[in-house]
Design a protein around this ligand. Structure first.
Ligand SMILES: Cc1cc2nc3c(=O)[nH]c(=O)nc-3n(C[C@H](O)[C@H](O)[C@H](O)COP(=O)(O)OP(=O)(O)OC[C@H]3O[C@@H](n4cnc5c(N)ncnc54)[C@H](O)[C@@H]3O)c2cc1C
Length: 442
């Protein structure tokens, strides 16, 4: 019998496997796909690296650095260009404007108006009473303003979650922000001052990728795990038998003293069905946003006015199904040839899910092209590669609010079963790696 079986070989499962192995545990990671890495997918197209999943990883938590080191990925880490990584843009009436454009956007006549200031100050005197499970749109309107919701929060939420602020639970989606207001007795302003007084600062950290793309993390971890990783091994069920777990796969069964669940919620229903039928039903209700990625390389001479920046976000009011774009060749080397700019656009998400599901890839290309023509003045030719990622990013809506409680009850009943799935606990890559790394420890 093994010490540990990890179900799922995405970023969190690989981190769990490597940390268990580093702690001397006899571990086996079971991955359904023929290669490990989950959403981390990279490819070389016409001589340049393209990521079909995460493209930037924020490195703040020292634990994530330790995990990358343990996986063997550190030698290939590259930092984003320091001059462009903080220059973010927003599409504003068909043109690119700096985001947040502080302090100008906060001035009278700026894109956020001034209502937010009065609200912030009034709330410091009389903090709003908000339910624990308030949605993000309601929270932002009560703390700041409708203009900040429309022009900053909504596009930002599209960039992170491909999500919709009217559905996301604020406390699950942005726990740090809500905890800051909690620390101020419900007032964001008081919370900010309290943290400043306590000397707490939020470091922006490093922004990284790997020389050959983000999938390099999986390649390194696969090497480190060796025969502790079994590919093309989908798990179908989980049975508790005395002190042991029986993990049922299509090829047979494995036994272990403990188990880490690292597959996405939408894959865990059948795995949990025999163990906890209610939870199995509950995980299947967690929505995941579908996204289409469009990548292309533009001739610089066709886009003379493009800024050197991180990329841009697209507010809901713009006539486009694109959520945002990354200027990947501005951020990382090896993404475009000389005289070119590489761009990746994110299309669809919760905002345009029905549209994306109803159109073919040519319509996605046409939509991306129309936006680039409008905001960059692009008129040239380029090959546009499209990839759809179904059920890409978990949406922390009301279903996840209930799930968090059900998961802690499950772990109370079964301390040798650890939850490292991507809801709840953070949708970003560093969060996945950190929770996997912790879950793999004895
Ligand atoms: C298009 C896109 C862009 C993104 N961009 C960024 C970004 O720039 N920065 C950032 O920080 N984050 C980004 N993310 C989020 C990031 O990719 C996720 O946080 C991360 O992939 C989550 O890792 P995970 O291990 O929880 O899940 P996953 O990556 O989904 O991996 C889960 C694994 O479990 C396997 N599995 C499923 N069912 C079974 C089964 N029954 N048995 C065995 N194995 C199974 C799957 O095959 C998969 O390999 C992006 C995500 C997407 C989709």
């Amino acid at each position: 019998m093994r010490d540990l079986i990890v179900i799922g070989g995405g970023p969190s499962g690989l981190a769990a496997g490597v940390s268990a192995k580093a702690a001397g545990r006899d571990v086996l990671v079971l991955e359904a796909d023929s290669r490990a890495g989950g959403n981390m997918r990279s490819e070389v197209i016409d001589g340049c690296v393209v990521d079909w999943g995460p493209t930037t990883m924020r490195l703040v938590d020292p634990l994530v650095l330790t995990a990358l080191d343990g996986m063997g990925a550190l030698p290939d880490v590259v930092d984003a260009d320091p001059h462009t990584k903080s220059k973010r843009m927003l599409v504003c009436s068909g043109a690119l404007a700096p985001l947040p454009g502080l302090p100008w956007s906060l001035m009278p006549g700026g894109m956020f108006g001034l209502g937010w200031l009065g609200r912030l100050l009034w709330n410091a005197i009389s903090p709003p009473k908000q339910a624990a499970d308030v949605t993000l749109d309601v929270w932002v309107r009560a703390q700041l303003s409708d203009a900040i919701l429309r022009n900053a929060v909504d596009p930002f939420v599209s960039g992170v979650y491909a999500g919709d602020p009217t559905q996301l639970i604020a406390r699950l989606a942005f726990p740090d922000l809500i905890e800051m207001a909690d620390a101020g007795g419900g007032s964001l302003l008081r919370g900010v001052f309290k943290r400043k007084k306590a000397g707490e600062t939020i470091s922006p950290g490093r922004l990284i990728n790997l020389r050959g793309g983000m999938e390099g993390i999986a390649t390194a971890a696969t090497r480190t795990l060796g025969d502790s990783l079994s590919l093309s091994t989908p798990v179908r069920g989980l049975v508790r038998e005395g002190e042991a777990w029986r993990v049922l796969t299509e090829q047979g069964e494995h036994r272990a003293r403990s188990v880490v669940l690292s597959a996405p919620c939408h894959a865990l229903g059948p795995v949990l069905a025999g163990l906890d039928a209610d939870l199995a039903r509950q995980v299947e209700t967690v929505p995941y946003a579908t996204i289409a990625l469009v990548t292309l390389r533009l001739r610089e001479s066709d886009i003379p006015n493009i800024p050197a920046a991180f990329g841009f976000l697209v507010p809901r009011a713009e006539p486009s199904h694109v959520l945002g774009a990354l200027f990947t060749s501005c951020l990382f080397p090896g993404r475009a040839l000389d005289g070119e700019r590489a761009i990746t656009l994110f299309v669809g998400g919760r905002r345009h899910q029905a549209w994306l599901d109803s159109v073919d890839d040519d319509a996605v290309r046409a939509d991306a092209r129309a936006l680039l023509e409008r905001v960059l003045g692009w008129r040239g030719e380029a090959t546009m590669h499209v990839k759809r990622i179904p059920r890409a990013i978990a949406q922390y809506d009301r279903s996840v609010w209930g799930l968090a409680e059900a998961v802690s009850r499950l772990q109370g009943r079964h301390p040798t079963l650890r939850w490292a799935s991507n809801a709840p606990g953070g949708v970003a890559l560093p969060a996945a790696i950190a929770r996997g790394w912790i879950a793999g420890k004895p």
